[in-house]
Design a binder for this molecule. Structure first.
Ligand SMILES: NC(=O)C1=CN([C@@H]2O[C@H](COP(=O)(O)OP(=O)(O)OC[C@H]3O[C@@H](n4cnc5c(N)ncnc54)[C@H](OP(=O)(O)O)[C@@H]3O)[C@@H](O)[C@H]2O)C=CC1
Ligand SMILES: O=C1O[C@H](COP(=O)(O)O)[C@@H](O)[C@H](O)[C@H]1O
Length: 503
């Protein structure tokens, strides 16, 4: 069955200014997302794309490079006519935040371009640069008045990682908020662009049957898993300074956690939803150093095979220190200190170079008291899990027990499965389309507010500190292509529980 989606309207005319336009993110995701929006007729009537490069490049050169990216990273066949129309909107401007005069010149050129292209003065500035560029670029935009909202909207999209710890995230928020208002700042997390992640809100709050049991009285524990097959590859220099915890937990895994654990917002509106998310993150119990070590596992992959791919030892990866203690796997046991979740552990795990790609939230309900069926033969007793499959096989599964047909009572575990592909015709996308579109229409419900980002870092900071002090002590090796270190199993098994098996 195919259902049509709600009709969206075109955003107001604007300029879309990309810093880091020569980079990987722009080519891999941002331009393909703009292309997909163009194909869906969801770009503004009057629109221009300004690609900013620190060193001179002609607009033609930039268009050529972006077209090559579009063809390489396409999510659907590229229609030459649509690509041509989109690329005609592209102009390259040179500006380097270490050269303030270049930003003065940019302000003038941008204004002229807006006049020529009749886009008006609405501007979206996308910081698609490494994080070292965020504050310096924002500072120059502020100094030159380019962010000033004078009857037009001016928005700043900030990529991840947003800081490397609590102190740096606070400092970056402080710098940005001294230049722009909170409503102008769009802190992006691509997990919020995923349909399956947005659907957590709908699953919980558009259905009457889940909310009454969505609490400590009925839920035993929650597991959040983001396993990746990918190894670190050519990202050694970034990854070795970052690690699995910083790279994935305070952002992506906490998006999943906050949507699953937040209180029902009073309205489906940015302020209410973002407040509920920030509140639940702030309620994650702060660990002492000893508790942090006890409630966490970190691992590092050693050489192995994932499918047909030979994966080298992490420490032999280009730009990784040969004695690196950076974790490529992290598992945490967290608790949320509020009425709803008291006593319900949240087990989180994520890692690279694992046997399979799997992102899911598994909600484990309390077992029924089986007194009544104590003497009943059980073929394959199922645990009562509600599983939100973010990737792959996007959908929702409910596991429960049923009677095996026959003259006697036999019990077996079965599943009820909803798969998106069985109900909806989903256009392939990068995941950035919704986020970019929402930013253009000024809806920041799917973007992170400053307090949420800081609450996330606050919750992981004790683990960062404890691991830093421990150095190599407690760093568990695991074989690439495996399910991760055995210690991650022990982390959950010591509570008498186990990780949900896939499949
Ligand atoms: N690549 C991806 O798949 C993803 C990336 N991200 C995030 O997006 C951002 C960009 O990543 P990515 O495109 O991979 O990075 P790149 O290394 O490809 O850099 C992007 C561009 O930024 C410009 N740049 C570099 N340093 C600075 C600086 N200090 N000031 C201003 N401009 C600078 C460079 O362009 P020039 O020299 O021409 O000015 C460079 O080409 C990062 O924050 C990353 O974490 C997030 C999700 C996915
Ligand atoms: O931001 C990041 O996310 C990806 C994982 O994203 P997914 O959508 O494929 O689940 C991860 O590979 C990368 O290291 C990290 O920086």
């Amino acid at each position: 069955m195919t259902k049509p989606s709600a009709k969206k309207h075109k955003p107001e005319s604007c300029s879309f200014v990309i810093f880091g336009a020569t980079g990987d993110l722009t080519h891999r995701l941002v331009l393909p997302a703009l292309y997909n929006l163009a194909a869906a007729d969801l770009l503004p009537e009057k629109f221009c794309v300004v690609g900013v490069a620190r060193k001179g490049m002609s607009s033609d050169e930039m268009r050529e490079s972006l077209l090559a990216g579009l063809k390489k990273y396409k999510t659907r066949p590229v229609d030459d006519e649509i690509a041509k129309r989109l690329l005609e909107c592209v102009t390259c401007i040179e500006a380097d935040p270490s050269d303030p005069a270049s930003f003065d010149a940019m302000a003038e050129r941008l204004h002229k371009l807006e006049t020529n292209r009749q886009t008006g003065g609405n501007r979206l500035f996308y910081l698609a640069t490494p994080p070292t560029g965020f504050a310096p670029i924002a500072k120059q935009l502020g100094r030159t008045g380019m962010l000033k909202e004078n009857g037009y909207w001016r928005r700043l999209v900030v990529e991840k990682p947003f800081g490397t710890d609590l102190a740096s995230a606070k400092a970056l928020n402080g710098e940005l908020l001294s230049i722009a208002e909170e409503h102008q700042i769009y802190r992006i997390d691509h997990y919020l662009g995923k349909e399956t992640v947005q659907n957590i809100l709908v699953l919980r709050f558009a259905n009457g049957m889940f909310e009454p049991i969505w609490n400590r009285n009925h839920i035993d524990h929650i597991q959040i898993t983001v396993d990746e097959k990918l190894d670190v590859g050519h990202r050694g220099s970034f990854y070795d300074a970052t690690g699995a915890l910083r790279d994935m937990v305070p952002n992506h895994l906490f998006q999943l956690l906050s949507l699953v654990a937040m209180e029902p917002p009073a309205k489906f509106e940015a302020h209410a939803v973002r407040s509920a998310k920030a509140e639940v993150l702030a309620a994650i119990q702060t660990e002492t150093e000893a508790e942090a070590l006890k409630n966490s596992v970190r691992g590092q992959y050693q050489a192995g095979k994932s499918g047909d791919n030979d994966i080298p030892d992490y420490r032999k990866t280009e730009d990784v220190k040969p004695d690196s203690t950076t974790e490529t796997y992290a598992a945490l046991r967290l608790t949320i200190d509020n009425w709803r979740w008291a006593g319900v552990p949240f087990y989180l795990r994520t890692g690279k170079a694992l046997g399979m790609k799997r992102t899911e939230v598994a909600i484990k309900f309390k077992q029924a008291p089986f007194a009544m069926f104590r003497d009943t033969p059980v073929d394959n007793l199922s645990q009562n899990y509600l599983v939100i499959a973010v990737e792959p096989n996007e959908g929702i599964t409910l596991q429960f027990n049923t009677k095996v047909p026959g003259p006697t009572i036999n019990i077996d575990g079965v599943e009820m499965k909803f798969r998106y592909k069985d109900y909806f015709q989903v256009e392939p996308s990068t995941g950035y389309e919704t986020l970019i579109y929402d930013c253009m229409i000024g809806d920041n419900i799917l973007f992170q507010r400053a307090d949420s980002v800081e609450a996330g870092w606050q919750a992981v900071q004790p683990f960062l500190d404890a691991w830093k002090k421990a150095g190599a002590r407690g760093l568990e090796p695991y074989k690439a292509g495996s399910e991760g270190p055995d210690a991650a199993d022990q982390l959950i098994e010591r509570d008498g529980r186990s990780w949900r098996k896939f499949g």
